[in-house]
Design a protein around this ligand. Structure first.
Ligand code: NAD
Length: 512
């Protein structure tokens, strides 16, 4: 078979420049030699960029703080108008932002467009929310008193994001934070600075067009040190950080030490249970997307399949054959389903995990081989791997951020749930079954211990309407839909006395 052509680095660079220009980003203002914007498609450098200094971080936080003082008293539906305009601009520039997502994160077209759609969806959600930031009224125990709660804007929100969802995670945070009356300082992944510049330019345009205070949304380029400065700033009451558990372990305690709040969205080690009654067509189709989609680089990627022993051979056979047919290559090609890994260390980590799994008695049933190494020696394309494991060994209990699917077998559902929960992470899970009792058992309090628990759906590809996040080492944060907005506001409990009398709660008498 002829090797499919890859886009050239020059073409990719030109495409990136055009997309940035159309979005209104001034690339020239960011040129420098502290950071390198690369593309995993060819593995080559695209542009040298400057990085922000600690003083720049402080200035950005101060500017966001100044904007906050005007924004917090702007009526929430008026704040919604800004987010509405931002959503319109994203719709207009959907292809441009998706181009940059493909260029920097290596996502295939459909997934890159899906990521931008997710941003548009969360803007819609936030606009509706801007008229629904409800507080409760509670019955007071005292006559002539009213007891209620009011939700107020919190302040500057620091957003730290990962390379694999370079823009959607920021949009989840930003759209909600802005309608809640907060302002945002964003430290995107150093691996994806271009998407960040494009999105910030679009937000700036929406700010200018709607007359919102300048400084509402700031971007900082740089690596962990820039993130650390943001994390330590006492002027940032909430830090929403998405990335590895290693990063969360550093960020969580630092924010807590200054009594700040954090939303931590960290690593996952997601599993699905396949019961004997499951529709195996559904299992295979859903699992291939969940495990191999985005080249296994989603926090919700399916990493463990816990299959009943009666159907395990069939499931492995069918998965293996589907994996062998997966089209791997240039993510800009319409027929590609698996793009590149982000970089060489990612490939090395995948190879190390596969070696460890085999040492532990695992059988590599498919994949693991590097692809397109001749056409793109600096890029890292790999065939997703399926490994059948005799037990849930240490390597299976870790998150390897690459397309490795471990298959384990079980005899009874309790054993499957035990295996499922016996990992440090707790993000996303699923059960494939036609038996309602089994499904309910999985959803029950002693079932799956994750933040996302699905039935007859793979672990990845959440909708924005639900709260997103996970338990244990995944960090406990919730973002996006449902009532996740509450984390971006402060609650004031108000008691109003209209009785003209002093009446003390709990029947306390203090009269002289
Ligand atoms: P990473 O932890 O290397 O980096 C994430 C971000 O944190 C980057 O912007 C980085 O510069 C910053 N950072 C790193 N150390 C820091 C520190 N000490 N202080 C402040 N900032 C710091 O993660 P990555 O490789 O970009 O992304 C992959 C990881 O992210 C995977 O573990 C994946 O599961 C996780 N992830 C989780 C979610 C979720 O919602 N749970 C979503 C996407 C990715």
């Amino acid at each position: 078979m002829a090797t499919p052509a890859l886009s050239s680095t020059d073409d990719i660079r030109t495409r990136a420049e055009s997309a940035l220009t159309r979005c209104g980003a001034q690339l020239a203002a960011y040129k420098g030699d502290a950071l390198t914007a690369r593309t995993p498609i060819t593995g080559a450098a695209l542009f040298g960029l400057r990085a922000d200094t600690p003083a720049d971080v402080d200035r950005a936080v101060e500017a966001a703080g100044t904007a906050f003082r005007a924004w917090r008293t702007t009526p929430a539906p008026v704040r919604g108008a800004l987010v509405k305009r931002f959503g319109e601009l994203l719709t207009e520039h959907k292809q441009d932002v998706a181009d940059l997502v493909t260029i920097e994160a290596g996502k295939i077209r459909s997934e890159a467009l899906g990521e931008v759609q997710e941003m548009i969806d969360v803007c819609d959600f936030a606009v509706g929310l801007s008229r629904q930031l409800y507080g409760r009224t509670m019955p007071s125990e005292r006559p002539g008193h009213r007891l209620m709660e009011t939700w107020h804007p919190l302040g500057v929100v620091g957003v730290i994001s990962a390379f694999n969802f370079p823009v959607a995670v920021w949009a989840w945070n930003t759209a909600i934070a802005l309608v809640c009356g907060d302002t945002v300082v964003w430290k995107p992944s150093e691996l994806t600075p271009l998407t960040a510049l494009a999105c910030t330019a679009l937000l700036d345009r929406a700010i200018a067009e709607t007359g919102a205070p300048a400084g509402l949304g700031q971007v900082l380029l740089g690596a962990a040190d820039v993130g650390e400065r943001l994390v330590d700033s006492p002027l940032v009451p909430l830090v929403s950080a998405t990335g590895s558990t290693r990063m969360g372990r550093a960020v969580g305690p630092r924010v807590a030490a200054r009594f700040g709040r954090s939303i931590l969205e960290l690593g996952g080690n997601n599993a699905a249970v396949v019961t004997p009654s499951a529709d195996l067509d559904l299992v295979v189709n859903a699992s291939v997307f969940a495990a191999a989609g985005t080249a296994g680089q989603r926090c919700t990627t399916l990493r463990r399949l816990i299959v009943h022993e009666d159907v395990a051979d069939t499931v492995v056979e069918r998965l293996t054959s589907a994996y062998r047919r997966l089209p791997i290559g240039d993510p800009f090609r319409e027929d590609t389903l698996v793009g590149p890994l982000i970089n060489e260390s990612s490939y090395t980590r995948m190879r190390t995990a596969l070696d460890r799994a085999v040492e532990d008695g695992g059988t590599l049933c498919a994949g693991g081989e590097r692809q397109l190494a001749e056409a793109a020696p600096d890029a890292h394309y790999v065939r997703p791997a399926v490994v059948r494991m005799p037990a849930q060994t240490a390597v299976v209990r870790e998150e390897t951020f690459a397309p490795v699917l471990y298959v384990l077998t079980y005899r009874d559902l309790d054993e499957a749930i035990r295996l499922h929960n016996d990992v440090p992470q707790g993000l996303s899970s699923g059960i494939f079954t036609a038996d309602q009792n089994e499904a309910e058992r999985f959803l029950a309090p002693d079932g799956a211990d994750c933040g996302i628990v699905n039935v007859n759906i793979g672990t990845s590809g959440a909708e924005i309407g639900g709260a997103f996040g996970g338990e244990k080492e995944t960090g406990g944060g919730r973002e996006s839909g449902s009532d996740a907005w509450r984390s971006y506001m402060r609650r004031a409990t108000n008691t109003v006395n209209y009785s003209g009398q002093v009446a003390l709660a709990q029947g306390v008498n203090f009269s002289q």
